[in-house]
Design a protein around this ligand. Structure first.
Ligand code: AMP
Ligand code: ZN
Length: 496
């Protein structure tokens, strides 16, 4: 273990404060993160949450922990509305496209893995699916029924929230009180099979047209959405584990229900640290599949979208996300991403210089204390924006070393280079650009020249030349976009 590991603090959404991180078993961490519902492409908002936990996973490993990271794939049971009603999201997509539900699952699971690989996110240690754990979910329902916290109606099984709340507390993660929830609901009990609107499905009997169904002691049906995460986290990480993560919007009801299910079975709080990542917004509103207010990673990388003036590489998009703390809201915008790209190349440029710098006979800056500031930032609840500010400070040292204004001993030079590289490449998981920054800069300058030549041709009404420039560039995979602020270009993704 690195000595810095003792000082890691993280914000626990359950206690609403930062706490020193001490795992249940020394040297080992069990972490569960709710994965995607694979009925559609993941949008950049989803990616932000998964990248936030990639950072957590990478940093814990960097500190020396052996981490078992479980992130599930939801391939059944997630209905259109989070309140046990509507069609299964995957079955609906299958119906609309006239394909099998498992074809939908396969398509979007592969897509999700490709996107995560483009972002250089590490795969989890175990990636279990809901449909692969029906037996475990049925077993869990038996346990909850035996404990007296569930009831059977018309072949469906519901969790009895009111009964549970008599013995334990429902709502402690989200800070909601059951009495208030009951007072604020207008649903007519007569229309529902539930004793109380707050109850949630553990098992639902399938209507004849519902194609995703499995046999159970209660009916041919399917498990409730919240159940899979309790079944899979308990199976792979035990009845108590260290970290459970997901997006902020999963706190209620999903995570609240997970806690209730686990406590109903085992009488102990299942998770030491609950972590919630905040939302990526677009035009000030949450990015979401359902509202259409989103941009897909592929659209960002190819430049094929109406929001950006240029294509953005996965590493730059990831860098942009890490320039905000994972618990802050982050708004997507062209200007912010273009600014991030500049910063990203500034850092990469500096890193590429370091191996050619000659050591001096003394050191003008205190590299050890700078390195300590990098760890302090990450140990303060994974504060990546502060870390990045420190990395810029490191880049500034390199630039002043390169121009001879300051010098460092061989040892300090080595420490500066290794610290910078390990935070950039191992902890943040950024990939150095395939084309060096120099190439990037040369391309930009050459394009500025072509854009100027095309403009003069147009000004002289030489449309044959201006069109030829545009068409030949397009053939070469470079698209010009004319806007009110002039002309910009984007590189077409060769795979799109
Ligand atoms: P889903 O596939 O809808 O179950 O969502 C997968 C993950 O993405 C969950 O952890 C969500 O909380 C998260 N998520 C959804 N929308 C956003 C967003 N706009 N920003 C950040 N995370 C999001
Ligand atoms: Zn979950």
């Amino acid at each position: 273990m690195r000595p810095e590991a003792k000082y890691l603090q993280l914000y626990n959404s359950l206690t609403k404060q930062k706490e020193v991180f001490t795992p249940l078993t020394e040297g080992f961490v069990g972490m569960y993160v709710c994965g995607p519902t694979v009925y559609n492409h993941v949008h950049l908002g989803n990616c932000r949450t998964f990248l936030s936990f990639d950072l957590v996973y990478r940093y814990l490993q960097h500190l020396g922990y052996k981490v078992r990271y479980v992130r599930n794939i939801t391939d059944a049971g997630h209905l259109e509305n989070d309140t046990d009603s509507g069609e299964d999201r995957i079955a609906k997509k299958a119906r609309l496209e006239s394909i099998e539900p498992m074809e939908v699952v396969q398509r979007y699971t592969v897509d999700f893995h490709q996107v995560m690989a483009q972002f250089n996110a590490l795969p989890p240690s175990i990636e279990p699916t809901a449909t692969g754990h029906i037996i475990e979910q049925i077993e869990l329902i038996h346990q909850i029924l035996d404990a007296g916290y569930a009831y059977i109606t018309n072949g469906s099984v519901y969790f009895d929230v009111v009964r549970f709340n008599q013995d334990q507390t429902y709502g402690k993660l989200s800070g909601r009180k059951l009495e208030d929830m009951i007072a604020n609901t207008r649903e007519l009990a007569a229309q529902s099979e539930k004793k109380n609107p707050q109850d949630f499905a553990l098992w639902k009997k399938a209507e004849p047209k519902h194609i995703m169904r499995w046999p159970s002691p209660w009916s041919d049906g399917f498990p409730g959405w919240h159940l899979e995460c309790t079944a899979m986290s308990t199976k792979y990480l035990g009845t108590q584990f260290d970290i459970h993560g997901g997006g902020m919007d999963l706190k209620f009801p999903h995570h609240e229900c997970e806690i209730a299910q686990a406590e109903a079975c085992n009488k102990i709080s299942p998770v030491q640290f609950w972590m919630h990542a905040n939302m990526l917004t677009l035009n000030g509103k949450k990015m979401a599949k359902s509202t259409g207010n989103h941009i897909l990673p592929g659209e960002l990388f190819s430049g094929d979208n109406n929001l950006m003036t240029q294509a953005i590489s996965p590493a730059v998009a990831k860098f942009f996300m890490y320039q905000a703390h994972y618990r802050s809201i982050l708004d997507f915008s062209n200007d912010a991403l273009v600014a991030s790209e500049k910063g990203f190349y500034r850092l990469m440029d500096a890193v590429s210089l370091i191996d050619n710098i000659e050591p001096g006979n003394h050191s003008d800056v205190d590299v050890s204390s700078w390195r300590q500031s990098c760890y302090d930032a990450m140990n303060d609840d994974f504060n990546s924006p502060i870390l990045i500010a420190q990395l810029f400070e490191g880049a500034k040292y390199i630039n002043t070393l390169a121009d001879g204004t300051i010098q460092l001993t061989q040892e300090d030079l080595g420490l500066l280079g290794s610290t910078l590289k390990s935070f950039l490449f191992d902890v943040l998981g950024l990939t150095p650009p395939e084309d060096s920054n120099q190439k990037h800069d040369h391309l930009k300058r050459a394009m500025d020249l072509l854009i100027d030549l095309r403009k003069s041709a147009r000004d002289n009404k030489d449309f044959a030349t201006s069109d030829a420039i545009r068409d030949r560039l397009l053939e070469a995979g470079i698209q010009l976009k004319d806007g009110k602020d002039g002309t910009s270009f984007s590189l077409k993704n060769p795979n799109s």
